[in-house]
Design a protein around this ligand. Structure first.
Ligand code: GLN
Length: 282
């Protein structure tokens, strides 16, 4: 079988399983298995695929047809121009979250200390440290398995791995020290809504990374209240939020001593980030 036949077979199988963007994923998996790129596949469609590659490709197509996310099959996801390792223990970094990182970067000055609450793969914290000078950071997560992934990513992607530490903690419980910035993309999907999501998300990504309990706001309430233990007066708190949570989170922050609370939209014009400054007498 050649590239083109293999690809067509893969594409057909994924389309039949209802995989969105079946063409793209069939191609990316073929590139992954054959260690090749888009142009080679396109120009050399008649090149023969080895029996081993073909059987490996079939296995991966079968997995993807079962709606396992592409990134859990290839083991990687790009975020902020960096390649992060991922597995089923962490939320796959989303492009939307880059808006949060960019907003923080605009306020992160040389030498500051930053805490990433619910760090997951570590994508937020590691990007912040990679694109700043002399900053130090801590990633906190309740999941030890997630922290193992974050640690691998930090070792791989940070030129100064000593600038980062990770702590297993139920929110702020085991976090020590004072930070200039606290950032978080916490689980924010209301429990009822999870069942309506794509199978890739609801069946394969970690529930604890998604579930924001009843109204989806549980972690915002907790973090806004508890962060004061570790956030410097005059320090800033940044959140990613769901498209319909901007107003609620803004109010929660204002009621809890945060000033200049701002809601920012993503490129689709949807509310995506909320941030504010902790008042000196909060
Ligand atoms: N901080 C990680 C991310 O943004 C994980 C977030 C989560 O698990 N809710 O991708």
């Amino acid at each position: 079988m050649n590239y083109k036949e293999c690809y067509n077979r893969g594409k057909g199988a994924l389309a039949a399983a209802g995989v969105p963007e079946a063409d793209l994923d069939a191609r990316l998996l073929l590139e992954y298995v054959c260690g090749t790129d888009r142009n080679t596949l396109l120009v050399h469609g008649d090149r023969e695929v080895t029996a081993e590659e073909q059987s490996q490709y079939d296995t991966l197509i079968e997995k993807r047809a079962q709606r396992v996310p592409l990134q859990q099959i290839t083991g990687v996801q790009d975020f902020m121009g960096l390649t992060f390792q991922v597995n089923s223990d962490v939320l796959i970094p989303r492009q939307d979250t880059e808006i949060l990182v960019e907003e923080v970067l605009g306020n992160l000055h040389d030498g500051m200390r930053v805490l990433d609450m619910c760090t997951g793969s570590g994508c937020i914290l590691i990007s912040l440290l990679r694109y700043s000078n002399g900053c130090e950071g801590t990633g906190a997560d309740v999941s030890e398995k997630a922290l193992a992934v974050a640690q691998r990513n930090a070792a791989e992607l940070l030129p100064r791995p000593e600038a980062v530490s990770f702590v297993q903690s139920d929110l702020f419980e085991s976090v020590e020290g004072t930070y200039d910035i606290v950032v978080s993309n916490p689980p924010y999907i209301a429990t009822d809504v999870i069942e309506t999501l794509m199978p890739e998300v609801k069946d394969h990504e970690p529930r604890i990374a998604l579930d924001g309990t009843g109204d989806g706001l549980f972690f915002y309430r907790q973090i806004i209240k508890d962060c004061k233990k570790n956030l410097a007066k005059g320090g800033m708190l940044f959140f990613e939020i769901g498209y319909d949570q901007g107003e609620a989170v803004r109010l929660l922050m204002e009621e809890n001593g945060f000033l200049e609370v701002t809601v920012k939209q993503d490129y689709s014009g949807l509310d995506r980030v909320v941030f504010g400054t902790l008042c000196f007498d909060a």
